[in-house]
Design a protein around this ligand. Structure first.
Ligand SMILES: Cc1cc2nc3c(=O)[nH]c(=O)nc-3n(C[C@H](O)[C@H](O)[C@H](O)COP(=O)(O)OP(=O)(O)OC[C@H]3O[C@@H](n4cnc5c(N)ncnc54)[C@H](O)[C@@H]3O)c2cc1C
Length: 386
């Protein structure tokens, strides 16, 4: 008999899960409270682990078709001195497509597979027997419910699964800037770079031929660093050599306070949580979305392999939780380095940089992980739309 899954939330996690379950032959419904797909105007780091998931879901090409592959990632101090540097290869890729490209690729694939997407519908709660409750007062029952409703998840909170919610005391602004293709010919324009000055940081990431993704980060006490619209004079005083990009920052951009979320359990009965609802983390590793996609594909794959839902869920949590919680912790402590004296921070980064083993156990651990379900592309029979 056709198994049914109801997904709360049509973001990266919810759409990844929708595509994965549909490829395994499930009947999938996604409830998204916004009136449509909601891409934020920014780029998204997709490392090897996330790219492998996109390949398995069949949306890799569509996601990265306009993006340029990263070749080098540097960290520099306020004088422009490079204190950490990594290079990419075909086995260790990094792309930074726009969020719109990623979400639209997932959305198109979900529609092609017959996933039912209901926009403008808010999920208020879920019961362990697989029932969800919608804002209009109605309820729907399925074989499985997935809460992919983001950091303020109502599904999670209705089940009392939250263990801790901790502020990282840092603020981030993200936006896209335009850039001429000619700038990609310059060393500065081509390479990804994290520029540090004291506790402030500017991340520059080439995205497409004519767009770059910028992220500014400041600590809580730094009022001018958190101002929106961005206080360009302030950022230019701090990073005078980056005025070529600060000048181009748009008035509009998105600002976020960073948080880390931990749960007591990732599931209760027939309800499971994925994405920021369960693995929200400061964005310093660029892995929140990667973890969300890994978790979504792994869940569908563990259930498929177990050939039953309850043991599949148990196996999923047992195998997937450790790496994702580790990623959250590394991202959190990476962010904490902003509060360290700059020389000490640089020394720590240099120390990690010198040891391949240490890098693989910390900053690169998740990026180099081979996610469950990615050994081969999912090619199960595709159901026709109902
Ligand atoms: C500054 C910043 C930079 C980041 N950079 C990166 C990066 O480079 N790489 C990376 O991998 N990750 C990055 N992340 C993390 C990444 O954005 C998140 O981990 C990812 O978006 C989580 O996806 P999600 O689907 O769980 O949540 P969301 O993207 O929040 O999606 C949740 C969806 O559910 C909907 N929804 C919410 N409540 C309900 C409800 N009750 N009923 C129905 N629908 C509901 C929302 O409208 C939304 O569409 C970054 C995060 C921040 C803050």
């Amino acid at each position: 008999m056709l198994q049914t899954v109801q997904i709360a939330g049509g973001g990266i996690a919810g759409l990844s899960a929708a595509v994965a379950f549909a490829k395994y032959g499930w009947q999938v419904t996604v409830y998204e409270k916004s009136p449509g797909i909601r891409p934020q105007g920014a780029g998204i780091y997709l490392w090897e682990n996330g790219l492998k998931v996109l390949e398995a879901l069949g949306v890799y090409e569509a996601t990265i078709q306009d993006s340029i592959p990263a070749w080098r990632h540097q960290k520099r101090d306020q004088d422009g001195t490079v204190f950490a540097e990594d290079f990419f290869s075909k086995d260790n890729r990094l792309y930074v497509p726009t969020r719109a490209d990623l979400l639209h690729a997932l959305h198109r694939e979900a529609c092609r597979l017959g996933v039912e997407l209901e926009f403008g519908i808010e999920v208020m709660a879920a019961d362990p027997d697989g029932t969800i409750h919608l804002a209009d007062g109605s309820s729907r029952k399925g074989d499985l419910v997935i809460g992919a409703d983001g950091i303020n998840s109502k599904v999670r909170d209705s089940l009392g699964l939250l263990k801790s919610r901790k502020l990282a005391h840092q603020f981030g602004y993200r936006a896209m800037i335009s850039r001429s293709p000619a700038e990609l010919e310059t060393d500065e324009g081509r390479g990804h770079c994290e520029h540090w000055h004291g506790a402030r940081r500017i991340l520059y990431a080439p995205c497409t031929k004519d767009l770059a993704y910028i992220q500014l980060t400041a600590v809580k006490e730094d009022e001018r660093g958190q101002a929106l619209p961005v206080d360009k004079d302030y950022w230019q005083e701090t990073f005078p050599h980056l005025s070529w990009l600060i000048d181009r920052l748009p008035e509009a951009g998105r600002g976020d306070q960073f948080e880390i979320i931990k749960l007591t359990n990732w599931q209760r009965g027939r309800v499971v949580l994925i994405g920021d609802a369960v693995n929200a983390q400061p964005p310093f590793l660029g892995q929140g979305g990667g973890c969300s996609m890994m978790s979504a594909l792994a869940l569908a794959t563990w259930i498929e392999e177990a050939t039953a839902i309850d043991p599949g869920i148990a196996l999923w949590e047992r195998h997937e939780r450790r790496l994702i919680e580790w990623t959250q912790d590394v991202a959190y402590y990476y962010g904490e380095l902003a509060f360290y004296p700059p020389q000490l921070r640089t020394a720590i980064f240099r120390f990690i940089q010198r040891s391949d083993w240490l890098k693989r156990k910390t900053i690169w651990m998740t990026a180099l992980h081979s996610p469950k379900g990615t050994a081969q592309t999912l090619n199960h029979q595709v159901l026709q739309p109902l």
